[in-house]
Ligand binder design. Structure first.
Ligand SMILES: Cc1cc2nc3c(=O)[nH]c(=O)nc-3n(C[C@H](O)[C@H](O)[C@H](O)COP(=O)(O)OP(=O)(O)OC[C@H]3O[C@@H](n4cnc5c(N)ncnc54)[C@H](O)[C@@H]3O)c2cc1C
Length: 406
């Protein structure tokens, strides 16, 4: 296992190419964003422009097959892209709703026709996709879908969808499509009664209603360059007799759970989580090293050094674990293990940082202020355990790895 953090010669050569391209192609005026709740619509549109430029270059989906418009690159190149974009404080993709949670399922379970139809516009960054899984009675237990996707026998070639999805979407710009999990059979056993679709978001009978939530992101998503998903900006989507053409189905009828599992494998830690820098922690260590007031607190309260060491150890584990997973040697269920660790780490790190930095941390100016109120953002988001799945949903997956789960 190679835990090198510096580039090899080949990687450095590609990094130079990436840097030169970024120099030319980052849209003028596009700002990195640390607190997504402060992002303006104008900045959001600029991100979209940047996303399209990356898509045109084949770098939005760097490792996906070129025949569908992906970059056809290897894991090294993908990692270099992530690192170089992170230097500009951008994530890859720069916008969350680019279908990163939908494309893997289409690739794994879609027909050739579906891949050719759906993947190229997603890879070019032309469409936004919201993931519509959660229902009022189906969160951690995602298989407990209540939405009905009953074949409308009289017309034969489409389904009629009725029901409600909740906690979905993000920034209030309508997406082009929805990635939808539905219950398609009222009688079939659990896990064999679901069907997945990718549908146009403007089908008649669909209503999108904003949900007023506390603005946050999941802690792991906040600590590095963000995908600019304003996770606290969510929606309820209602379906009233929505006619969904059969051609929108992904995989076969009744195989929705297989399609969903392909998605959850990616969502629950299949990416580069933890592998890149962690802004909140870097900002914290910077304070511990260079802020005279924090140094004084540490000198006068040696027990606080224990907290700093604990946080430092967590940070190292996150980074190395992330690198291990990103390089593909983590094996099955490595994603949920890391995702669980990252989420739980937030709840452990946030109160320890508060102890070390003291009450002044909430000051929004002067020497106590971590850049862009980073500390406040970290505190706010550490309490969010539901986005992307509760810790319990990860534990269910891990118990499968231990041959103890369902
Ligand atoms: C900010 C935000 C963004 C989101 N984005 C999306 C999105 O884009 N698309 C989408 O489809 N969904 C999204 N969700 C929904 C998210 O996936 C669900 O909130 C999550 O899966 C939890 O489901 P729930 O809210 O129904 O809570 P529940 O599953 O009802 O959980 C409630 C509580 O019970 C606990 N619990 C549940 N099951 C067990 C168990 N078996 N054992 C022990 N304890 C358990 C949980 O840990 C939790 O504390 C988002 C949610 C939030 C808050």
């Amino acid at each position: 296992m190679d835990f090198r953090l510096d580039y090899t010669e080949d990687q450095e050569q590609f990094a130079r190419e990436v840097r030169a391209w970024l120099e030319e192609n980052v849209p003028e005026g596009l700002e990195p964003i640390k607190d997504v709740k402060k992002m303006s619509m104008e900045q959001w549109e600029k991100r979209r422009e940047f996303t399209r430029a990356l898509g045109k270059k084949g770098w939005l989906y760097p490792r996906y097959p070129t025949e569908y418009g992906g970059g056809g690159l290897g894991i090294d190149a993908h990692f270099v892209l992530i690192e170089e974009l992170a230097k500009y404080d951008f994530s890859l993709p720069p916008l969350y709703d680019m279908g990163i949670l939908c494309a893997p399922a289409i690739l794994a379970c879609g027909t050739e026709e579906q891949k050719k139809h759906h993947l190229p516009p997603m890879f070019r960054g032309e469409v936004l996709t919201w993931q519509l899984f959660t229902e009022p009675e189906a969160g951690t237990d995602a298989a407990n879908q209540q939405t009905n996707a009953l074949r409308y026998v009289k017309e034969g070639d489409h389904f009629v969808v009725n029901g409600q999805k909740i906690f979905v979407g993000s920034y209030p710009s309508k997406p082009e499509q929805f990635y939808l999990l539905t219950r398609s059979d009222l009688d079939a056993p659990r896990h064999q009664n679901l069907t997945s679709f990718v549908i146009p978001a403007d089908l008649p009978g669909i209503t999108v209603q904003p949900l007023d939530l506390f603005i946050l992101s999941a802690f792991p998503a906040t600590t590095g360059p963000t995908g600019a998903n304003i996770e606290g900006v969510k929606h309820t989507v209602f379906f009233d007799d929505v006619k969904v053409p059969e051609s929108c189905m992904i995989g076969k009828e009744g195989e929705g759970w297989t399609v969903t599992t392909a998605t959850l494998d990616v969502e629950h830690g299949g990416g580069f989580g933890g592998a890149t820098g962690n802004w909140v922690l870097e900002g914290f260590f910077e304070q511990c090293r260079n802020n005279p007031a924090v140094l004084k607190r540490l000198r006068e309260n040696p027990q606080l050094v224990e907290c700093v060491i604990d946080i430092y150890t967590i940070a190292q584990i996150q980074r190395l674990w992330g690198l291990r997973n990103a390089s593909g040697v983590g094996g099955f269920y490595a994603g949920p293990q890391l995702a669980l660790f990252l989420k739980i780490s937030g709840t452990r790190i946030a109160p320890q940082m508060a102890k070390v930095l003291g009450p002044q941390i909430f000051a929004d100016e002067g020497p106590w202020n971590m850049e862009n109120s980073l500390f406040e953002i970290g505190q706010r988001c550490a309490v969010a355990l539901a986005p992307g799945g509760t810790p319990e949903s990860y534990k269910i997956n891990i118990s499968r790895a231990l041959a103890m789960g369902r």
